[in-house]
Design a protein around this ligand. Structure first.
Ligand SMILES: Cc1cc2nc3c(=O)[nH]c(=O)nc-3n(C[C@H](O)[C@H](O)[C@H](O)COP(=O)(O)OP(=O)(O)OC[C@H]3O[C@@H](n4cnc5c(N)ncnc54)[C@H](O)[C@@H]3O)c2cc1C
Length: 358
């Protein structure tokens, strides 16, 4: 009789797009036991949150408690705050031991810890939109553009102004895409102001001043600038030298943090040279799941799976039916790309990947 092999302990930090799929893939594995540490008790299809602001009921499917898709799993709702030897420390004072660590802390996002709080936030934001005649959106990346699109389509009589610091919209993709988004929004009466920023802390009585001194009057505003990368909790740890100046973690072809054999990183927190997209974060998760399974089976290092960075492809939704697609340097706008994303925002697909009803 062969002696029973001790299960390897995996700690996954971050239950976003990458971490959730990784945990689902490792659930009930015979040689691996995982613990998920996430700041919040739920997973959210992050790009669906702009639809949830104009239609709060949408969030009932896109905000999913971790226990729903990981029944019986070990889940800790807390911020990870550091690593000491082979343990992760949490804000609530626990030390969680690991044989393998996976860092999936993409971006530091919401401060709402429970699903109930998160759903209430969408109700509140929806009320804010409905009760305002004029709305200021600060930030012209994907979040600001998608929010402007949602409001322009669902509430066409609202006066929407979008202020962006950069010289064009959607700087993460090509210039032609930014121009098409600008034309689309302008045609729907969204006023876009480029090359200026707004100091939100100095606004008073609905008057906001731009960096050029222009006053913008609006009943409410939404800050849509990008969230910080979730690597600050590693700054004082032995991983600090693996963090690049832009906050991303250096990884090798097997998605291990550079110079560490038992620490992996996946998703937006990595320095993989490709667009930061959720479907790619999920590919990273599947590669690391395979590598963890191989390692737990005692496989040779040389057999580990390698990740190849993907070619650039992104879709920015523009309301419920239209979208902007960029593949390599080709851009397409309108109903056809909209059919891919804009109706359900991949929520059904993501739920299915987590073993839930679409
Ligand atoms: C408007 C918009 C639209 C988008 N549309 C698409 C799209 O259509 N398709 C697509 O594929 N991608 C899209 N993306 C990109 C996609 O959202 C990201 O690439 C994806 O969310 C990255 O996943 P991640 O798991 O790396 O990080 P995240 O989803 O950011 O998850 C990080 C997780 O880590 C947790 N965390 C952070 N720090 C800590 C800590 N110290 N301790 C514990 N937990 C922590 C957070 O709470 C969170 O749960 C879009 C992005 C935006 C902004």
């Amino acid at each position: 009789m062969t002696p029973e092999r001790k299960k390897k302990r995996v700690v996954v930090v971050g239950g976003g797009v990458a971490g959730s799929l990784l945990c689902k893939t490792l659930l009930n594995h015979k040689h691996l036991d995982f613990t998920l540490i996430d700041s919040k008790e739920y997973f959210e299809v992050s790009w669906a949150n702009l639809r949830s602001m104009v239609e709060p009921a949408f969030a009932k499917r896109s905000v999913i408690n971790h226990h729903e898709y990981l029944p019986g799993a070990s889940i800790i709702t807390s911020d990870a705050i550091g690593i000491e030897e082979d343990q992760v420390s949490t804000m609530e004072g626990r030390m969680i031991e690991f044989d393998y660590l996976v860092i999936a802390t993409g971006h530091i996002g919401t401060s709402f810890v429970t699903k109930v709080e998160k759903l209430r936030q969408y109700e509140a934001e929806n009320e804010k939109i409905k009760s305002s005649e004029s709305i200021l959106i600060v930030g012209g990346g994907p979040t600001g553009v998608e929010l402007a699109g949602e409001i322009a389509v669902d509430f066409p009589t609202k006066k929407v102004k979008l202020v962006h610091r950069g010289t064009r919209l959607l700087e993460f993709i090509g210039e032609a895409a930014g121009k098409k988004a600008l034309d689309w929004l302008t045609a729907r009466n969204v006023e876009v102001i480029l090359g200026q920023s707004v100091d939100l802390s100095s606004s008073s009585d609905g008057v906001y001043q731009t960096s050029s001194g222009e006053d913008i009057v609006a009943d409410c505003h939404f800050k849509c600038t990008s969230d910080p990368i979730g690597s600050s909790w590693l700054q004082e740890t032995y991983l600090k030298d693996s963090i690049k100046d832009d906050g991303r973690l250096m990884v090798d072809a097997n998605l291990r943090v550079k110079d560490f054999e038992n620490i992996f990183a996946i998703g937006d927190v990595t320095d993989i040279p490709e667009l930061k997209q959720g479907y790619l974060a999920q590919r990273h998760a599947l590669v690391v799941a395979k590598n963890l399974k191989l390692l737990s089976n005692g496989a040779d290092e040389s057999t580990l799976v390698k990740y190849t960075p993907a070619s650039p492809m992104a879709i920015v939704s523009l309301g419920r039916r239209e979208a902007l697609l960029q593949v390599w340097c080709v851009t397409l706008i309108g109903r056809i790309p909209g059919m891919l994303k804009s109706k359900d925002l991949f929520v059904g697909k993501t739920r299915k990947q987590l073993g839930l009803k679409a």
